[in-house]
Write a protein that binds this ligand. Sequence first.
Ligand code: GTP
Ligand code: SPV
Ligand code: MN
Length: 588
Amino acid sequence: MSTFVEKWVSEQAALTKPDQIHWMDGSEEECRELIKIGVEKEKIAGNPTFRELNPNEYPNSYYHRSHPTDVARTEHLTFVCHPKKEDAGPNNNWMDPAEAKVKLNKVFDGCMKGRTMYVIPYFMGNPDSPYAKPCVQVTDSVYVAVSMRVMTRVTKKVIDKIGNSDKFVKGLHSIGDLDPERRWIMHFPQDSLVMSIGSGYGGNALLGKKCFSLRIASDLGRREGWLAEHMIIIGVESPDGDIKYFLGAFPSACGKTNLALLDPVLKGYKVWTIGDDIAWINVGEDGRLYAINPEQGFFGVAPGTGYKTNPTMMKTLKNDKFFPTLFTNTELDLDNNTPWWEGVSDDTPQNMLDWQGNKFDPASGKPAAHPNSRFTVSIYNCPSLSKEYNNPLGVPISGIIFGGRRKTTIPLVYESFDWEHGVFLASIMGSETTSAAAGQAGVVRRDPMAMLPFCGYNMGDFLAHWLNFSKRLKHVPKIFMVNWFRKDEEGKFLWPGFRENSRVIKWMLDRINGKVKATDTPIGLLPDVKDIDLSGLEIAPSAIHKLFEINGAEWKSETDEIGKFYAQFGDRLPSKLMFFLEKLKKAF
Ligand code: GTP
Ligand code: SPV
Ligand code: MN
C-alpha cells in the first residue's frame, strides 16, 4: 500500500506527465549531479541553467539567468483561495478554490512532458523543533531543486516523519512555458497546498518560502495561536557580553538582510544572525515571545551588497561549506568569470555581459545587474551565524523593529507606548515599492508589518490576532519604528545607513535596559538626540534635526492615507486601531 506522499506525487505526475521522476535525498552527491544537469543539459530562454564561476573568487558558485519576463514576484498573479472571499480580505487576490483548481488543472495538464519531475522532501525549521513542518514540493526546474536544497532542509527523513499521515505541506510547481499569461501562484490554505506555474523565480517558485512559510503559515498561525512573519531574527551582543534578541520587519528590498548580518561600527557590539527574511513566533511557557527561522539560506538582493555596506555577506558569499551558491540575473565579468553588480566594487569591469546576456556598455548609464538580481547562499556560510540558530524552541525576543522606505515623514527611530500602540504603528506602516515585485517602484503604499503581499488571510483579522497577544504575554517586547531612508531636498539619504544603523540599535538596547529616557510625542516616544551615540560619525546637525522632524502637514496627509487604507477592511478592522488613528488625527 502506498503512503499519502506517494499517492500525492503519483497524482501530480498523472496530471503533469513528466518523462521521469527523481526523488531527492538531499545528499551532496545528488546536488553535484543536479548542478551537472544544469550546466550541461537544461536551458532557460536559450541559456544553460548554470554556468560555473571562477572557484578562486567564488568557490562552488554558479551563475543563472532567469527568463527576462520572470525576474521578481508577481503579486497580481498571486491568489489566496479560501472558500469565502472575505477570509482572503482586500489584501489578497481571491478565486473560489474549486474554480481555481479547474482552471489550474488545465494549465498543469501535461506541462512536464519531456522533463524530469524532482520530488523535494524538506523541512521548514529544525526537524527537532516542535514548530518544524514537513513539506513536499515537486518541480520540473533543476534551478528550483538546487535552490530548495540551499534554502531549506532537504532530507528523506521528511518522508519517515510524515509516515502514513496526510499532514504535510504540498507544493506543485512547474516553470510551464514561462508565459506571464499562463503564470499563477495559487494558495489553498484549507488543503495546505500551493500550486505555482509559469515562473521559476524566487518567492514564486521556491514554495517553502513566501508561499508556505508566510501565506499558508500565517493562516495556520491564526488558527493555532502563533505568528508567521516577514522578519529577521538577530541577537545583539553588548560589550558586557549580554545578548538581546530582536525581530525586524521591513518590506521586500528595504534592508532586512543587511540588518540581519550587520557588522556594527560601535566598538564591543556584535550582531548574531538567526534569520534574514522569515520568523515563526510562539509564546513560550514563561510568557515571552520565542522565534525560529524556518529557512536554511539567504535569497538576498545583490545590488548594494559590498565590503563597505555588508562585509559579512561578502564573506558569506566567498565561503564554501559545500552548499552551492547561486547568482541570478547579476552581470557576468567575462575576464574574471565572476558575477558583478552595482555596489560590489568601486571599479566597473570593462568586459561584461548584462543580466540579459548582452554585451554591457558602461557608457549607457544603465545598471547591468537587474535591480532584483539575487544570490542564494547557505546560512551555514555566514560567519555571524548565531549558535542559537538551530535551537528547537527559538530565541526569546526583547525588541521588535518595524521599518519602511520613506523619503519623508517618518523619523529615524521612535518607540511605541506599549504593545497595542506598537501594533497600531506597525499597521500604519507605509513604504515605497521596490523591484522585488513586478510593477512600478518608488510608490508609497501601506504595508502593515511588511506583510501586505504575504498575509494569507484578511489583514483585519491579522491585526486583531496581533492585538490579542497582549493578553498572553507576561514579558512584552519593546516595539520600535525606524526609517533608514529619509532624504534631503536634493534627494540624498540623510542617514548613512548600513553598519551605522548599529547606533540606532544601541539606543534600543539602552531603552530595553532602562538606561535612557524618551520624549512623548503624538506619534510615539522619540529619542533625546544626545542619547544616540554619534561618536566618530560625520553628520551635520541639520541632518540630525531633519531625521527626527515631525512635520504636521506630512502627518496630516499620512493620516488621510491611513484612513483610506483602513476603510477597506470595514468591521474586520479592530476598533482599537481606529481609536489610535482618531487620536493621531486630532494631533495634526
Ligand atoms: P528582501 O530579500 O526582498 O526581503 O529584501 P531585504 O529587506 O532583505 O533588503 P536588503 O537588506 O537586501 O536591502 C535591499 C536594498 O536596500 C539593497 O540594495 C541594500 O543595499 C539597500 N539597503 C539596505 N540597508 C540600507 C540602509 O541602511 N540604507 C540604505 N540607504 N540602503 C540600504
Ligand atoms: C521578498 O520579496 O520579500 C523576498 C524575495 O524575500 S522573494 O523570495 O522572491 O519573495
Ligand atoms: Mn523578503
